[in-house]
Design a protein around this ligand. Sequence first.
Ligand code: 1CP
Length: 341
Amino acid sequence: MTVFNDRFLKACRREETDRPPVWFMRQAGRYQADYREVRKTHTLVDICKIPELCAQVTLSPIQQFGFDAAIVFSDIMIPLEPMGIDFHYKEGVGPVISNPLTSKRDVENLNPIDFGKDLQYTGASLTILKNELNVPCLGFVGAPFTLASYMIEGGPSKSYIKLKNFMYGQTEAWHLLMDKLATNMADYLLYQVESGAMAVQIFDSWVGILSQADFKEFIFPHMQKMVQYIKSKTDVPVVIFGTNSSHLLLDMKATGADVVGIDWKTDVAEAWKSMNYEVAVQGNLDPTLLFGDWSLIEKRATKLLDSIPNKPGYIFNLGHGILPKTPEENVRQLVKLVQGP
Ligand code: 1CP
């Protein structure tokens, strides 16, 4: 019986560790030959809904690279289906929604989720993983803003015009939507914790498109309420992450999260200092750097590690999700570099 590796949980709580824990956002995915093999016979949604398959795909990067944490294989869109959002994944694009939200009526009509029934498969996957893993498994959700961006835009967007029009023009409906999403996603995270998740991450991938003033007015109250609600029910660490979010870090910290993810454009050491070392931080090598020569990756990763002050609470990660086509060999070497001899 191998000893449970709790480095990641310790770092989340800002306790001393022998070295920084390392895991990568979206570490199970298309860059892995194993994942591409599974996808030849199963859809993305199949993998999310078949617990044995989900567990196998979640475990695969742990077995392959020795990461210090796992993240249950799913997608931020999955819990929107029982809420009444009809979507499919378009190859090379991402989620596409056939019934985007346009009115307050649409928001009122969203169903509440019955977790043990509608999303029972995620719970079952986490229970299998708890028994099979030697490292903690994170549960996750999309943050209300990032989910709303897909629900209103109807898919990935560059300009977010529809989203901003909705937010500025239908403010009451906007806050109702944020409230419904915050409540349902907080309960979904708690369901994941009950089922075996030992930490949770809230992906607010696109929130960085907002100004600080908009974030404070339209998002922050809901994020704070969501994090505080989770923390009132469980003591597992809460991680929040957004890209292009350097102007929002202090507000993200003010939600009460235990760990703030730092995107790849932001200097981790400076960001951590600006937050007074009062939260743990996670990040932030540029995911596209992993397409480069090993000598460059090694140089940048070493520079990043050397820049981190000798304080507890640092988690090595990429500054956004790992990309399809990333060479597996570079991942292997990078994890080894962080973990040391
Ligand atoms: O290791 C893992 O657990 C990966 C599981 C995972 C995660 C954490 C998937 C599977 N999706 C996500 C989160 C997710 N999904 C986010 C937040 C993280 C981030 O910013 O990277 C977002 C924004 C999505 C939405 C989404 N789903 C996109 C992005 C579209 C856009 O707007 O640019 C895409 C391409 C998907 C499909 C998807 N989800 C997951 C995978 C592996 C894929 C690729 C398609 C496939 O394999 O079929």
